[in-house]
Design a protein around this ligand. Structure first.
Ligand SMILES: *[C@@H]1O[C@H](CO)[C@@H](O)[C@H](O)[C@H]1NC(C)=O
Ligand SMILES: *[C@@H]1O[C@H](CO)[C@@H](O)[C@H](O)[C@H]1NC(C)=O
Ligand SMILES: *[C@@H]1O[C@H](CO)[C@@H](O)[C@H](O)[C@H]1NC(C)=O
Ligand SMILES: *[C@@H]1O[C@H](CO)[C@@H](O)[C@H](O)[C@H]1NC(C)=O
Ligand SMILES: *[C@@H]1O[C@H](CO)[C@@H](O)[C@H](O)[C@H]1NC(C)=O
Ligand SMILES: *[C@@H]1O[C@H](CO)[C@@H](O)[C@H](O)[C@H]1NC(C)=O
Ligand SMILES: *[C@@H]1O[C@H](CO)[C@@H](O)[C@H](O)[C@H]1NC(C)=O
Ligand SMILES: *[C@@H]1O[C@H](CO)[C@@H](O)[C@H](O)[C@H]1NC(C)=O
Length: 843
């Protein structure tokens, strides 16, 4: 949905030739000379995690598009019989039989494959979508400029009209949970303003009731769908009167529109012309959805309380209701800097460009040639987007929290076979504190219903499971319809996400969090996979494998998929590494994990054309350029390949012979697979995220040229004029997918600093400095990078080589051995200890 803020009178045309006044001199921002028209290519995003908004940068008329993070159609709100896409408990016996025969068919199939697992899937039911509205605006005026200031987290529009210069600023404050839009002029007198709320552009979206709340606030109440969840927005308008302005009639008044009997109520707030020097509207929003209602005790209702009381307390809090605008703004900026820019910063030696708008810089960008300024800007923008969408109650979804219209691509859901993972890749390493909503989401919406799914679908009575496509209503079953197994058959989503849980602990060593949330999550998932691994009766090699499985979004449906085996192996290592800190005394569980880990297939096999096999049966095609790099998960973001250790991962039985690969052999095979997988423009898709993944993987292999090629190719192909990553950039109204935006910083970081996980706490953490530095970034610096083990790392380089590195260890860590490498040479070693700091200058 959207709110429209309307100003009086129209204007003449003109463009600015350099960055608009107020644009950060650091160059850290996006600027444009025309208002936005197309949502995904041109508008500018702001958000505080709870709320998101897209700012078109209109002038006399501005239509700011709003969203609330939990505003979804579908789920139990729309369909009382909604059950998370699960088989009914009464079908358990039958499902077990089906599962048994599927497994048997796969093992006994000569190819190790079968056609489908359709009989395990269920109709998605009222799956739901993140809903919101659209808006367009067309005005151009003299002295026009709009920008997103990434130093302060503010979208601004400036223009001149009737010799008066206007400035409109929009931002969402995390401390107050409100978004604010402020307008002022240099002349000190604003023309008349009116504020209305509209959902008119929302097809199928029921019009809400808009009513006056006092003389200066609009209360907007509606349903997300005809039987959907209740939402409410309160918008409060304030202004600073020009001194001596009489207050009768009132400067600000709320007027209830006359409407036909039975039609939804509608109202407007008006600010009288020439009475105020500045005016601003603050809005807060919420729904009756609650993650806390997603368990058996709440009958999976996900229903919380009416949001009104909570919103009222937010909108009447002094920081929003009585503080001056300057105070509200400075509180926002201080919070923004503390969360985003003070703890971490990067320089690629870029030269700030203030002479050309961002869309022109983007249009001039070329693969391989590159432009360090744009590359740096995209890095900062990616972190900005994660922080602006990741700090609410829900995690960032396929579009962060920005959604256009009442049906968004792929439901703007939580695709959990690469996309959501990728969203969070940069969080720990660039020191962004955004992970907690993600973990709450697993605990509250995945684990409860996923416990039922484990029972009904797999006859497993410990732990829990989910599949690929996840909504906010605990959609844990396999989402069916057509032969969707390649999307739906992904019971390793939980294992992959647990790597994030483990990493959070590994980076921060927050023991009380680990005991309360991290460990129970990992234990639940590991328990499930312990029971799900079964003996391989195709090869009879005494290993344990998954069956059925497929690589994410790719057939065949087979057994022992490399992706799944590598992930589960990493999961079991995390159990062992985290056991002592968990306080858990269940030694039998640990022993079982260790035993099955020893026995399981490790998912590392070199195939007939020198490739790393994607499946246990050697059936990879050299011309398969599929978008996912599933079997290379152990290269990046994992470590089963990157830190391959033949003493614990070797020992394969192949054709009756025991084989152990050397690390060099395994790396060579991963390289062959990566080469054959292509550049991320495949027959199946040409999206940005697959190129970001490839860039990170090439960096992991230490190949700076290929890293830079993929990074720049992704920018060239998939990033729009507003730097949003686009699925189909040539489309007039392309699809926005946030994953490439959010993965970009981690891919770039992987060229500068690498420290992949290790199988055991006794194995040294190896930090490699500048492993894949492209020649386009000869000099630069990083401040505040985070490395697992509770390490903060600063790094400077020049002439393509490190000149200075320093580490500081957190106060709350134990001893971990660490080595620092550059160009294959050990340039430092230390053992972590609380508060340790050390510098390295000998490279
Ligand atoms: C479920 O598993 C248990 C334990 O292995 C087994 O005894 C039972 O028969 C299975 N139930 C079904 C319905 O297959
Ligand atoms: C068991 O599943 C089969 C195959 O899906 C189906 O045809 C049959 O009706 C089911 N039986 C019961 C008792 O649900
Ligand atoms: C904006 O311009 C586009 C293209 O010229 C037009 O289709 C659209 O209706 C205009 N929108 C408004 C709000 O005037
Ligand atoms: C309220 O009225 C305004 C002005 O006519 C209109 O633009 C807006 O769409 C209406 N809002 C709703 C929710 O119907
Ligand atoms: C709007 O208010 C009317 C009258 O109170 C009520 O019947 C209707 O359900 C409300 N509509 C919505 C969408 O809340
Ligand atoms: C593996 O063992 C099963 C019996 O458990 C047998 O049916 C199958 O033929 C064996 N496969 C091979 C390749 O030996
Ligand atoms: C295993 O045996 C098959 C069939 O003889 C052969 O095609 C394959 O290359 C062998 N694999 C290895 C790794 O030797
Ligand atoms: C990087 O990869 C490309 C493509 O495989 C290869 O030609 C080149 O030699 C590699 N460079 C290095 C330094 O390994």
């Amino acid at each position: 949905m959207w709110i429209s803020f309307i100003l009086a009178s129209l204007l003449s045309t003109g463009l600015v030739a350099s960055a608009p006044p107020g644009f950060p001199s650091s160059g850290n921002g996006l600027w444009f000379t025309k208002p936005a028209n197309v949502w995904s290519k041109e508008m500018l995003p702001v958000g505080n995690g709870y709320l998101a908004a897209m700012v078109p940068g209109g002038t006399s008329s501005e239509a700011t598009q709003l969203n609330i993070e939990s505003l979804w159609s579908g789920g139990p709100f729309e369909d009382p019989s909604y059950n998370g896409g699960n088989k009914q408990p009464g079908e358990q016996a039958n499902t077990s039989l089906i599962m048994q025969s599927i497994r048997q068919n796969i093992f006994s199939s000569p190819t190790g494959d079968i056609d489908n697992v359709e009989s395990l899937t269920t109709d998605a039911g009222a799956y739901g979508y993140l809903v919101s509205g659209i808006s367009t605006t067309n005005s151009t005026v003299s002295g026009y400029g709009r920008f997103l200031d990434l130093d302060q987290g503010i979208a601004r529009t400036i223009w001149t009209q009737d010799k008066t210069a206007f400035v409109r600023s929009t931002f969402c404050s995390h401390p107050t949970q409100a978004c604010i839009q402020h307008i002022t002029t240099d002349g000190g007198h604003l023309p008349g303003l009116s504020y209305v709320f509209s959902s008119a552009l929302e097809t199928g979206f029921p019009a809400p009731n808009v009513t006056c709340m006092g003389s200066d606030s609009l209360r907007i109440r509606g349903l997300a769908a005809s039987r959907g969840m209740l939402y409410e927005i309160i918008a409060h308008v304030r202004a600073t009167p020009i001194s001596g302005t009489p207050t009768n009639p009132p400067i600000i008044r709320c007027v209830q529109f006359p409407v036909a009997s039975g039609a939804p109520f509608n109202a407007t707030i008006e600010v009288a012309g020439s009475t105020v020097s500045e005016a601003w509207v603050s809005w807060v929003g919420g729904t009756e959805y609650s993650m806390d209602g997603g368990d058996v005790a709440h009958r999976f209702s996900f229903r919380g309380s009416d949001p009104h009381t909570q919103l009222l307390s937010l909108i009447t809090a002094p920081a929003t209701a009585t503080a001056s605008f300057a105070t509200t703004l400075s509180q926002h900026v201080a919070d923004y800097k503390a969360a985003l820019t003070e703890k971490f910063s990067l320089s690629l030696g870029q030269v700030s460009r203030l002479d050309a708008p961002t869309d022109m810089i983007r249009a001039a960008y070329r693969t391989d040639v590159g432009d360090p300024y744009l590359e740096w800007l995209l890095f900062n923008f990616g972190r900005y987007l994660l922080m602006s969408s990741g700090r609410g109650v829900m995690p960032a979804n396929l579009q962060g929290k920005w959604a256009n219209g009442d049906e968004n691509p792929w439901g703007a859901d939580y695709h959990s076979n690469i996309n959501i993972q990728m969203n969070y890749w940069s969080a720990e390493m660039t020191n962004l504190d955004v992970h907690r909503p993600l973990f709450d989401y697993f605990q509250k919406t995945w684990a409860p219903r996923g416990t039922l799914t484990a029972q009904v679908l797999y006859n497993i009575t410990r732990g829990w499971v989910v599949h690929n496509e996840m909504n906010i209503f605990g959609h844990t079953g396999m989402k069916g319809g057509g032969n969707t197994a390649q999307w739906a058959d992904y019971p390793e989503a939980n294992a992959w996400m647990m790597i994030h849980v483990w990493d959070h602990f590994d980076y921060n060593n927050d023991v009380s969090w680990w005991k309360a949330q991290g460990w129970p999550l990992i234990k639940g998932v590991a328990s499930f996979h312990l029971d799900k691994l079964i003996p391989d009766t195709h090869f009879n090699d005494s290993t344990l494998v998954v069956n059925p499985c497929n690589s994410p979004e790719q057939v065949p449906i087979t057994f022992g998929c490399a992706h799944a085996q590598q992930l589960i192996w990493q999961l079991f290592n995390a159990v062992e590494k985290g056991f002592a800190a968990s306080g858990d005394t269940d030694k039998g569980f640990l022993a079982e994990v260790q035993a099955k880990r020893a026995q399981m297939d490790k998912g590392l096999r070199i195939g007939s054309w020198g490739q790393l096999q994607e499946w246990k049966v050697d059936q990879d095609s050299p011309t398969d350029t599929h978008r996912h790099l599933s079997h290379l998960i152990g290269l990046f973001p994992g470590y089963a390949i990157a830190n391959y250790d033949p003493t614990i991962q070797g020992g394969l039985l192949v054709n009756g012979t025991h084989l152990t690969y050397t690390p060099a052999q395994l790396t060579a095979a991963a390289t062959v697979s990566l080469i054959h997988r292509g550049d991320g423009t495949g027959p199946d898709a040409d999206s940005g995220w697959e190129k970001a993944w490839r860039a990170a993987a090439w960096a992991q292999l230490g190949n700076a040229t290929q890293f830079y090629h993929e990074l720049t190719y992704g920018i060239f192909t998939n990033f729009g004029p507003n730097l949003f990553s686009l699925y189909d950039p040539a489309d007039a109204n392309p699809i926005f997918q946030i994953d490439a935006n959010l993965a970009y910083p981690s891919a770039l970081m992987n060229a500068l600093i690498q420290a992949p996980d290790v199988a055991s706490l006794n194995t040294p953490i190896t930090i490699t400095l500048l492993p894949a530095l492209p020649k386009q970034w000869p000099a630069g610096s990083i401040k505040g990078a985070r490395v697992r083990g509770g390490i903060t790392l600063d790094l400077q380089w020049s002439g393509g080589s490190p000149t200075h590195a320093s580490i500081k260890v957190d106060e709350n860590v134990g001893s971990r051995p660490v080595r620092i490498l550059h160009m294959g040479r050990v340039v430092g070693t230390f053992t972590t200890a609380p508060g340790l700091s050390q510098s390295f200058t000998n490279f």
